[in-house]
Unconditional design. Structure first.
Length: 489
């Protein structure tokens, strides 16, 4: 990937963002990447991926999930049940979660314990994994308890995370990531769910900003940019920065006094299967465990960005907004990908150098923008800033066209001529293009909310037409280029 400055501190990131805003650019890669679809479907490849997850240091949980002596987390990682616990000495240890007698798991979920007792025959283990008690021990002559402790797994606590390595470590050099979670960040929630989605399909939705305008038109996009990101690499791991529009106010602030608080979201991809999102008020640690080629277990830990009751309340509000809007929209999109992944439509998925915004030349827009008689704005529920352009080409059509430009939705009467409208939508939920009649290839009108736009009588008289009312029809899932129509009621 190219176009990287190598400076990843907050002040450098702010300046890189402001430069992109000024020049209407974004960080770009060196080449277009094409990933074979079979790599998302192959069970053989999945087995190799799970093997890799066992041979690398992989985040198991945040350190904050083990806040005190005896705190533990037990779950499967790469298909293997593991138990991670903070010992009486404060040190974190990891074990294979299996009794050394008959293999029963000695713990489940999370909690705090003084010892681990096997629920089958009550073999008991200390927090350090040592076998302490065997009921009716005389039935096991010659048993050396020192050799029958819980099987250990390599573990390391760093960057605010607990990393486990189940098998021989193939990592030659650690990714030089910054501190991801501070010691004073309190963890206040954790959750787990299973998704009918390939783990990589799900993960890839976190690490590109090309989709923001179209997938999140009413949740994230009104506050952020279309396809403007700053990307940094830390070995195999990476960070993508999603700036908010309000960051532009820092352009007038001396560089040394600039702060990123509340002005951007950092999304770290800790290679290979962990995403850490640092939002305005809270942080998520998202761990994706592949269960099958088409099934993933998502484990999420949520932390407040600052200590204290007020910060916790703000974190919960922030989490509620993200979880009930953008996160659901992302899940809908990746679920749709998974349903069609075996359709045979694609041999590869294409990841561009970036998500380029198509430029519309002034001459392309001239035919539509000239001689606009009506300058009145059509208002409708939820309307906000509107922006967009229209390109006019040839195809037989007669009717009234509504289009949006410079913050207003405007009406234009087009005489019988050949016209075809292809639109570039800056805000697809607001800047929506209409035509009086359906194109032959579009025989249905997509409807979502019951919003209505009533044409002004004066405006209609200006065009010598009788007053009519129209229904505003929005596509539920806007695409970069779409045609919308007005339907006569």
């Amino acid at each position: 990937m190219g176009a990287r400055t190598g400076k990843t501190d907050d002040l450098s990131v702010i300046q890189r963002i402001l430069d992109h805003v000024e020049h209407k650019t974004t960080d770009i890669g060196d080449e277009v990447w094409r990933e074979p679809v079979d790599n998302y479907r192959s069970e053989k490849r999945l087995a190799g991926e799970r093997s890799l997850l066992r041979r690398m240091p992989v985040p198991f949980c945040p350190s904050a999930a083990l806040p005190e002596k005896g705190s533990y987390v037990a779950r499967e990682a790469a298909g293997v049940p593991l138990l991670v616990v903070r010992g009486a000495d404060g040190k974190v240890r990891a074990f294979r979660n299996a009794c050394r007698h008959r293999g029963t798991q000695v713990a489940s979920g999370s909690g705090c314990a003084k010892v681990f007792v096997c629920p089958y025959h009550a073999w008991t283990y200390t927090l350090e994994g040592k076998l302490r008690h065997v009921p009716h021990e005389e039935g096991f002559p010659g048993l050396d308890k020192s050799l029958h402790g819980l099987a250990p797994v390599d573990v390391e606590e760093r960057l605010g995370l607990v990393f486990v390595t189940q098998e021989k470590n193939i990592e030659k050099e650690k990714d030089k990531l910054p501190i991801l979670i501070r010691p004073d960040q309190p963890m206040y929630a954790s959750s787990e769910r299973e998704l009918d989605v390939n783990w990589k399909v799900f993960l890839e939705g976190f690490i590109e900003g090309y989709h923001i305008r179209f997938t999140h038109p009413e949740s994230f996009y009104p506050y952020g940019y279309d396809n403007l990101n700053v990307i940094d690499f830390y070995g195999r791991s990476s960070r993508i920065t999603y700036p908010f529009k309000r960051i532009q106010k820092l352009a007038s602030v001396p560089p040394a006094k600039r702060k990123v608080d509340g002005l951007l979201t950092y999304v770290y991809h800790v290679f290979p299967n962990v995403i850490i999102t640092i939002l305005s008020r809270h942080t998520n640690v998202v761990i994706l465990e592949p269960l099958a080629a088409n099934r993933t277990r998502q484990i999420t830990y949520t932390l407040a960005n600052d200590p204290g009751e007020a910060a916790l309340a703000e974190a919960k509000r922030d989490q509620d907004f993200v979880g009930n809007t953008g996160a659901l929209e992302d899940l809908a999109v990746v679920s749709s990908i998974q349903k069609s992944i075996g359709s045979g439509a694609n041999d590869v998925f294409t990841f561009g150098k970036r998500a380029p915004e198509e430029r519309i030349d002034a001459k392309d827009f001239e035919e539509v923008s000239s001689d606009v008689r009506s300058r009145q704005t059509l208002g409708f529920a939820g309307a906000g800033e509107i922006d967009g352009t229209v390109r006019v080409k040839c195809d037989r059509f007669e009717g009234t066209i509504l289009f949006a430009v410079r913050g207003k939705v405007r009406l234009r009467h087009t005489p019988r001529r050949q016209t075809q409208f292809r639109t570039r939508l800056n805000q697809p939920h607001y800047a929506i293009w209409f035509a009086k009649r359906l194109w032959p290839q579009q025989d249905t009108v997509h409807e979502t909310e019951d919003r209505r736009v009533r044409a002004d009588a004066k405006r209609e008289r200006q065009h010598g037409r009788e007053r009519k009312s129209w229904r505003l029809d929005e596509l539920a899932n806007p695409k970069p280029y779409i045609i919308h129509t007005l339907k006569n009621e």
